[in-house]
Design a protein around this ligand. Structure first.
Ligand SMILES: Nc1ncnc2c1ncn2[C@@H]1O[C@H](COP(=O)(O)OP(=O)(O)OP(=O)(O)O)[C@@H](O)[C@H]1O
Length: 415
């Protein structure tokens, strides 16, 4: 295969890689045996490093440094450093739980616990086995809402036994001992929450996790420690509440937790005296998340006795659907790895590869910055807008699948 005129030799690439220090000791990555092969084909440099067994964060940093060093060589058009893109590592799997849905809010008092509890009941109403874990150490209100009391019992093998109520399995930090949770702080609170969550004898399809409000330590460490499949945000329509919610949802996404949607609570009421509709907190909040439900101020929505209100059965269906719709983008070995590549070179590489696709084919790539308007940047290269699927795989890793859509044969028919 003929090489490009100015492309560097494999030896020149190895020389450049000698400027990258190995993580341990004084050696460079080549001398330390961390580069297993280098190939150069038509301006594309492929480096196969030996990074297995390394901490993922160290391996990622090293791969980035290798990419940056290779790009320093003249004549390099594209670099592939063949590293695996790990699936988001959200740590501990909770025994007896198939999936976890977190209910979160940017601020307290917006109805998060009400929604979490009623969502759990809504999911259970269609036959799912559902657990409810109240992790709100600063205001564990679930016991009061469901009219249950602690302390929790324990199973024969010494695990915390969830309280069965209304076909839900419920564990709350408020059920372990009087007022103690209110006194927990920082690491102690997180350890207690983590211990109780993993120790409980769950047997459920879905666990609804009522998080404390905000994005403090407990929330972040919980998202990082447990495999949360999706989050539902509760907000009022008040503009500042919606703004706070936007910032919180961004943080969840950065942690690789899909935001399934928002519940806009206390969205207004119909006056029983005059019959007029009022919206004291405003309406149509500016949210990027899908609005799964808009709930009025209505005391019947607080009741956990009798039938589950229709609004929460619908919410359960919507959450199930949103979980099923989550985008998953695979990262094949041939994916274009753009991490560490300068912005202009990225766009050129993606345009070149996308331009070479036949209709119906896809380009897979990995980046370390949140993708912008990919479709707009490529629209002049195809007869129809490309289909772009994005999945965040980690705190700064995004996988994309960009497909060139097959043109509609009817469009090509002329007389
Ligand atoms: N749609 C609604 N209509 C009427 N009352 C509601 C509605 N949603 C919540 N409430 C009431 O508002 C109060 C606060 O709700 P809730 O405890 O669920 O909020 P929270 O966000 O979990 O608060 P905290 O941050 O204190 O845990 C409760 O008294 C609850 O019954």
């Amino acid at each position: 295969m003929s090489g490009k005129e100015n492309e560097p030799s494999e030896d020149a690439i190895r020389d450049e890689l000698r400027t990258v220090a190995a993580p341990d000791g004084d050696e460079n990555v080549v001398a330390a045996g961390l580069v297993s092969s280098v190939t150069v084909t038509d301006g594309t440099v492929t480096v196969d490093p030996t990074l297995s067994g390394m901490e993922p964060a160290t391996a990622d940093t090293l791969a980035d440094r290798m990419r940056t060093a290779v790009l320093e060589c003249g004549g390099v058009e594209e670099v592939r450093v063949e590293t695996d893109v790990a699936e988001p590592d959200h740590g501990t799997v909770v025994p007896g739980v198939d999936r976890i849905v977190a209910v979160a809010s940017a601020k307290g008092g917006v109805g998060k616990t009400t929604v979490a509890t009623q969502l759990a009941r809504g999911l259970a109403a269609s036959g799912e086995r559902v657990g409810l874990f109240d992790a709100d150490v600063y205001g564990p209100n679930t016991p009061e809402l469901l009219d249950i009391e602690g302390p929790l019992g324990s199973t024969d093998d010494g695990r915390a036994e969830p309280v069965e109520v209304d076909s839900l399995q419920v564990v709350s930090v408020g059920l372990i001992a009087n007022d103690e949770p209110m006194a927990w702080r920082g690491a102690m609170a997180h350890e207690a929450v983590e211990g109780l969550l993993t120790d409980a004898a769950w047997d459920v399809d879905t666990l609804v996790l009522d998080l404390p409000p905000g994005t403090g330590d407990i929330v972040l460490t919980t998202l990082q420690s447990f495999p949360v499949d999706g989050a539902v945000f509760v907000t009022t329509p008040f503009p500042t509440a919606a703004g706070d919610t936007e910032r919180s949802t961004a943080l969840f996404r950065e942690e690789g937790v899909p935001v399934l949607g928002a519940v806009v609570n206390m969205a207004g009421f119909t006056c029983p005296t005059c019959g007029d509709d009022h919206a004291p907190f405003g309406s149509d909040p500016d949210l990027s998340a899908d609005v799964l439900a808009e709930l009025p101020i209505d005391k019947s929505l607080r009741s956990t006795e009798g039938e589950v209100p229709a609004a929460f059965r619908d919410l359960g269906d919507d959450v199930r659907e949103a979980l099923a719709d989550r985008t998953t983008v695979t990262v094949p070995e041939t994916a274009l790895d753009l991490r560490g590549v300068p912005d202009r070179a990225r766009i050129e590489q993606v345009r070149a590869e996308f331009g070479a696709l036949a209709p119906g084919e896809s380009l897979h790539l990995v980046t370390d910055t949140r993708p912008g308007d990919v479709s707009g940047a490529l629209e002049d290269l195809a007869s129809a807008p490309p289909r772009v699927a994005v999945e965040q795989k980690g705190s700064s890793v995004w996988a994309l699948q960009i497909s060139k859509t097959a043109s509609d044969p009817a469009e090509d028919v002329t007389c």
